[in-house]
Write a protein that binds this ligand. Structure first.
Ligand code: C2E
Ligand code: CA
Ligand code: CA
Ligand code: CA
Length: 277
């Protein structure tokens, strides 16, 4: 084995200390962020693939921290690991449900899609707490969809089936997010009975990269069709991608081609009876 000199050891130990210190500081910043109401929901439109009319909004977390809007990739994992995800999520959902309760008055068929961490979902009290929350804002469960990332589904499939069953019994829809990036088999997909499959944006990007890799996005769209599951393609950035996906029978599209995620204030004017955006 390689002999570790004292100076090597000290070097590594300082690095570890720094990593630990950074982590502690990040956790403390999240705690104070919750206290100061720094977590705010953004919304990205999901449109009908044929008419391009607005059908759904996906709520995406933003953190107004140090004068900038931080993206969820910089804090969701840390919040999960530090057991703070429920606090962060509750703050976001409070604001989102308040915004959304106003929007469904104008557009009663609009769906709000929310990303929920598996850590929250497996809490025994999750379903009760979530539905109580909806009632407080007078939001019908049918107007809500929960998105779960495929890669987080691996552990405890039995418990997951039970929770998803309870959620769907209440009328809430369930989507499998980032589909194609995890390891679910087809039988697994059938077993868990999702309402929606979200094709990961990497497959959508490949549609127009001119490779001869086979069009996996189209394969997934067809699979969703044969399972009679609603299909959303995300990360749609070009007209060509939108057309290919619509022609394949994908029902809904989401991506910068239609709209970036926006603040509640900027979403407000697109919520109208004439739904085209
Ligand atoms: P996601 O659920 O897969 O969300 C889609 C991400 O792709 C969003 O990034 C969105 O801004 C981005 N996006 C949308 N359209 C396009 C496009 O056309 N091109 C490209 N290049 N990107 C596009 P964002 O907002 O940074 O969110 C990242 C991830 O953070 C989300 O991925 C989701 O897994 C997670 N997340 C967001 N909000 C929450 C939350 O409230 N709770 C939990 N647990 N996770 C969240
Ligand atoms: Ca999502
Ligand atoms: Ca996704
Ligand atoms: Ca993602």
């Amino acid at each position: 084995a390689k002999k570790v000199s004292k100076s090597d050891y000290e070097f590594y130990s300082i690095e570890l200390d720094q990593a630990a210190e950074l982590r502690i500081a990040q956790e403390a910043a999240i705690v104070s962020g919750v206290k100061e109401n720094e977590f705010i929901p953004y919304y990205q439109p999901v449109v009908n693939a044929q008419s391009y009319s607005l059908e759904k909004l996906e709520m995406l977390a933003r953190w107004h921290h140090k004068g900038v809007l931080q993206s969820p990739d910089s804090f969701i994992n840390i919040a999960e690991e530090a057991n703070l995800i429920e606090k962060v999520s509750n703050q976001l959902l409070n604001q989102a449900f308040s915004d959304f309760s106003g929007w469904i008055k104008k557009m009663p068929t609009l769906i709000l899609s929310v990303n929920i961490s598996v850590l929250q979902l497996v809490e025994p009290k999750f379903v009760k707490a979530f539905t109580t929350f909806l009632k407080e804002y007078s939001i019908p469960p049918n107007n809500i969809e929960i998105e779960i990332t495929e890669s987080s589904l691996v552990s405890n499939i039995e418990a997951m089936k039970q929770t998803l069953f309870e959620v769907q019994q209440c009328g809430i829809k369930v989507a499998i997010d980032d589909f194609g990036t995890g390891y679910s088999s087809l039988s697994y997909l059938k077993y868990l009975n999702f309402d929606t499959i979200k094709v990961d944006q990497k497959f959508v990007a490949e549609l127009t990269q001119g490779r001869t890799k086979g069009e996996l996005a189209i394969v997934i769209v067809n699979m969703a069709k044969s399972l009679h599951v609603n299909c959303v393609a995300e990360g749609v950035e070009t007209a060509e991608q939108a057309t290919k996906l619509a022609q394949a029978g994908c029902q809904q599209l989401q991506g910068y081609y239609f709209s970036r995620p926006k603040s509640a204030q900027d979403i407000d004017p697109i919520i109208k009876v004439d739904q085209s955006i």
